[in-house]
Design a protein around this ligand. Structure first.
Ligand code: SF4
Length: 225
């Protein structure tokens, strides 16, 4: 690979980043959004003084064959690095499944990697008209919506993840979940939000069992994590 992939970190064995698979996770550097609850702020800047060398990652992956099912490209926002499809292809050719964690900020890049990925964890931040409230970036909702539609129309297996931040009130959540269901999303994970000290901030929706039961009917799978 001529151009360097900027890698902010790795997890060499994960059971939580790719459903039903043992994964090796690569955290790519850079993100153009600035979500108010971001836990990976160190990965936001595209500048990185010392990236882990790609060749070392490939060597490490060689030793993981047979132990790891898939490699997840996470971030930051992996789509921001235009060398991503080349890296994915190299890893796929080694026999690993390919996972992607994305918020869909760059639909054109998503279109390039969809033929390579086996599973996507797609972060939805808010009702699409009000994305900027979370990401701090104008038109981010339009980009995300375009990407999500593309994913739904593809044959790629995916789940939508929603971080249940306090600024998403229950009415908004219900509107969003109805929209997602109507669009064709079948699997959703509602993720508990943590503050900077890693303490869970419980969203009121989690204590409303009747409401949870009701919204679970919109999907084939609704997880809380
Ligand atoms: S999209 Fe993800 S990495 Fe980027 S700012 Fe938001 S939470 Fe952080």
């Amino acid at each position: 690979m001529d151009k360097a992939l900027l890698i902010g970190g790795i997890v060499s064995l994960s059971t939580v980043d790719y459903p039903d698979n043992i994964a090796f996770v690569i955290f790519l550097q850079g993100c153009s959004w600035r979500c108010k609850y971001c836990h990976n702020k160190h990965l936001q800047s595209i500048e990185l003084s010392q990236s882990l060398p790609w060749v070392e990652i490939l060597n490490l992956l060689e030793t993981r064959k047979g132990f790891v099912d898939g490699v997840v490209f996470s971030g930051g926002e992996p789509l921001i690095q235009d060398i991503l499809p080349v890296a994915m292809r190299e890893v796929k050719n080694m026999g690993f499944k390919i996972g992607l964690h994305t918020g869909g900020s760059l639909p054109n890049m998503l279109a390039k990697v969809i033929p390579l990925v086996d599973w996507v964890g797609f972060d939805v931040k808010n009702v699409f008209e009000e994305y900027e409230e979370i990401t701090g970036v104008a038109n981010s909702g339009q980009m995300a919506l375009q990407s999500l539609r593309m994913l739904i129309e593809s044959n790629v297996n995916f789940e939508v993840r929603i971080t249940m931040h306090e600024s998403l009130n229950t009415t908004k959540i219900i509107d969003l979940l109805k929209d997602l269901s109507y669009m064709g999303v079948r699997t959703v994970a509602l993720q508990k939000c943590r503050n900077k000290d890693e303490i869970v901030i419980e969203h009121p929706i989690f204590s409303d069992k009747i409401l949870l039961e009701d919204i679970s009917k919109y999907f084939d799978n609704l997880f809380i994590r």
